[in-house]
Write a protein that binds this ligand. Structure first.
Ligand code: 9MR
Length: 342
């Protein structure tokens, strides 16, 4: 009844949809860590840092812990921005998720033009992982060790500088072994996207995880990014999460956002897409909540506010996040609260 009254006494209408005025923080109702990505640059925005502090219990650096930031043109490393994110997390009692050590999409020139007379490629690769995972040892709950390893059509693994120089499977296994060497306690995750859209990609992703485990590589969890569109068929997210959980490893909903403008179904009105967007947020949370507690790693949103989302930079008409530009909860945030409460 209290819930019904709260809904009746609606606060400001966020993006046209009524949201309870007294919506509790996500982290207060979720039985898992709730995360968000963040850029060091944005931590200076007091409205954002207040929203993060109120809503989430885990942070993922959106890009400043990747090679594109850490590796400088001369091959040296810089950590000022990721250190600021780590300090913010620590100061606010939040967990920190390292993202990401090895990504096919990022192969800095410093690696490509390595003088192997001075250092072998394999040593440079290991040194990088040891330096980064070692620096944040004891500060991170885990790492997305290898990001997006599986080909989009599910036909094997992605080609990259790393696979070419170190071997398609070997560079992946080596990344896990080296990350474990650097940090004995961090969760070591394999992270990928479109797993809910492409069953073949999901199957290859699971096979890769199985092969890593069989080889003795210390893989301890699976991340499913979930950059989805609001018109995704109901049930697909739940099916994907259940299948991913079949290996028995913890599952991380690692980068969830729900695009309006990427929807393929052009017959759906903007209002209908917003309604579906809230339902998709709920389905993702419910699917994770349906797993045994030991298999729920965390639930991470790739941007709390619309204005911070990479999708909005791609298409200004998008509004993929659970909070609007001003940080007011949208129907998606209300749906998450309901779903977390069970
Ligand atoms: O949202 C991130 C964007 O700000 C960065 O410019 C980009 C490249 O580093 O990465 C985006 O995040 C990606 C994530 O790291 C991996 N999965 C897909 C995400 C969206 O592209």
């Amino acid at each position: 009844m209290a819930g019904a009254l709260a809904v009746a006494a609606c606060g400001p209408k966020a993006q046209g949809q009524p949201v309870p005025a007294d919506l509790p923080p996500l982290k207060a109702v979720a039985p898992v860590r709730v995360g968000a990505c963040v850029q060091a640059l944005h931590l200076g925005d007091p409205a954002l840092s207040a929203l993060l502090t109120r809503e989430v219990s885990q942070l993922t650096p959106e890009w400043e812990m990747k090679m594109e930031y850490v590796v400088q043109p001369d091959g040296s490393f810089r950590f000022d921005a990721p250190d600021r994110i780590a300090a913010f997390a620590r100061a606010h009692g939040m967990a920190l998720l390292g993202h990401t050590l090895v990504w096919y999409a990022q192969a800095p020139d410093a690696f490509a033009r390595l003088d192997e007379g001075r250092i072998s490629f394999v040593d440079a690769y290991r040194n990088y992982i040891l330096a980064v995972a070692g620096r944040y040892r004891g500060q991170v709950v885990g790492w997305d060790v290898v990001n997006e390893a599986v080909a989009e059509d599910g036909d094997g693994w992605r080609d990259s500088l790393w696979s070419q120089r170190l071997g398609a499977f070997e560079h992946i296994a080596l990344a896990y072994r080296t990350a474990r060497e650097a940090d004995p306690h961090a969760a070591l995750l394999l992270n990928d996207y479109n797993l809910e859209y492409y069953p073949r990609k999901r199957a290859t992703f699971l096979k890769l995880a199985e092969r890593l485990l069989a080889s003795g590589a210390p893989l301890t969890g699976l991340g499913t990014q979930m950059h989805v569109a609001a018109d995704i068929a109901p049930g697909e997210i739940g099916r994907s999460i259940r299948e991913l959980a079949s290996l028995g490893l913890p599952v991380h909903v690692s980068e969830l956002d729900v695009s309006l403008t990427r929807s393929q179904n052009k017959l759906l009105s903007r209002d209908e897409l917003r309604r579906r967007q809230a339902a998709v947020y709920a389905e993702a949370a419910e699917a994770l909540m349906d797993l045994p507690a030991s298999q729920r790693f965390a639930f991470t949103l790739w941007g709390l506010r619309d204005q911070d989302s990479w999708l909005k930079k791609e298409n200004a008409a998008d509004a993929p996040a659970p909070f609007d530009d001003a940080g007011r909860p949208k129907a998606g945030a209300a749906a998450l609260v309901e779903a977390f409460r069970g």
